[in-house]
Design a protein around this ligand. Sequence first.
Ligand code: GLU
Length: 439
Amino acid sequence: MTVTRFAPSPTGFLHVGNLRTALFNWMIARKAGGTFILRLDDTDPQRSKQEYADGIMEDLEWLGLTWDRVERQSDRLDRYAEAADKLREMGRFYECFETPTELDLKRKKQLNMGKPPVYDRAALALSEDAKVALRADRSGHWRFLLDRERIEWDDGILGDISIDAASVSDPVLIRGDGQVLYTLASVVDDVEMGITNVVRGADHVTNTATQIQIILALGGGLPAFAHHSLLTGPQGEALSKRFGTLALRDLRERGVEPMALLSLMARLGSSDPVEVRTSHQELIDGFEVNHFGSAPTKFDSEDLFPLTARFLHSLPLEAVADQLAGIGVPAEQAERFWSVVRENITTRGDIAGWWGVLSNGAEALVDPEDAEFIATAIGMLPDLPFDDSTWGTWTNAVKAATGRKGRGLFMPLRKALTGRERGPEMADFMPLMQAKPRL
Ligand code: GLU
C-alpha cells in the first residue's frame, strides 16, 4: 500500500515551492489509491505556531488536496527518545560539546587548508571523566555516527545518486537543549508510519543520504526517494527569497483559481504539457514523477492569470451560479450574462465589474474627437429594454445619420456603452443592459 506524506514545518504559510512537494506526494498517493498524511514538523516549539498549522490546512483545503490524517511530531516525542536510546545502545549515537563558535572555527580552519568542512569527530575521543567535566559546564548535543562508505539510491527524478558519507558531517539529531531535530523525527516517522514514497526538494539530497543510514540502523525499510528541482524566478534567479510574496494565500487574494495553480504546478518542469485541467482526477491520471527533470524550474506567477482566465472560460453556469446570485444577477438572466462575460474576465473578481456596467450603466469612455458623434448616437438609442436586434438596427441608423463606418463607427460605440476598450459581442451585450451609459 502506497503511503506518502507532506511534512511542512508550521513556521510560516505555504508558498509555491511547498506546493510542488505537497502536490507530488498527494498525486502519488491518490493515483495508487493509497494514503496521504499531513505531517506537521513542529518539534521547534519557538517557531511553530498554531496559526500557521491552521493556515497550511486552509490552503490545502482551498486547493482540494485532502489528507487522510494529520500527524504532529510534537505528539511523538517519546517515540524519538526511544529511537535515540536504540541508536545509543548500538554505539551509533555520541555526545558532543563543541559550541557553535568552536565548530565555526574548526570549519574555517578546514576550509583554509583546502579540506571539506566535515565534523572531525573529536568528541569520540573524550574520556568519561572529560565528559562529566564538560557536562557540568554545558549540555551536550548528540550526533549520529555515519558509516563512512558510499550511500547510493535510485532517485525517482535524479536517477542514480551516490554520496560519499565521508564528505558529510555526522548529523546532529538532538540539540543541547534536548530539542529533537528534523532528521531524527522525520526518519522515525517515515519508518513507523510505513511511508513508501518520499518526494521533496533537491535541497534535501544530502539529508536523504544520512537518513538512509539512520533508517537502516533503526531496522526500517527504505522508501522510494525522489527529489524535485527547486523553482527559480523567470530569469533563473533564486526564488527562495521571494517566497514571502508567493504565499498561496496571496495568490488566492489575487484571484488565482485553484485548478489553474494546480494545473501549472502538476506539470511545470516535466516533459508533459501544461494544460488547464478542470478536475483533480485529470491531474492525477497524467502524472508521472519520472517525467520531471533535474534542472531548476522557472516559475512566473504571471503565468497563473491566463490559466485562470482559461479555466473560468470553461466553467458551466452551475459553477458560478451562486456567485452571480450573490452580486444580484437575476436567475433568468444568469445564463445569458455568463455566456457573454466569461470570455472577458481574468479572475472571478472581474465578474462584478461587468454586472455593474450592465445594471447601472457604464461610465462612457469617449475620446475628445468622438464627443459630438457619441452625443448624437446616444440620443438615437431606443428605449430600454434592448433585444437581439438592437445593436444592428441602432448602428445602421447611426451610420446613416453620421456617415461613419467600420472601426470608426463601432469602436467609439463599444467604448461608450461598456466604458471599456474590449469586451463581449455587442449584439449579445445590449439585451442585458439595464441602463443607458452615463456621458
Ligand atoms: N519539514 C521539512 C521541510 O519542510 C520536511 C522535509 C521532508 O519532506 O522530509 O523541509
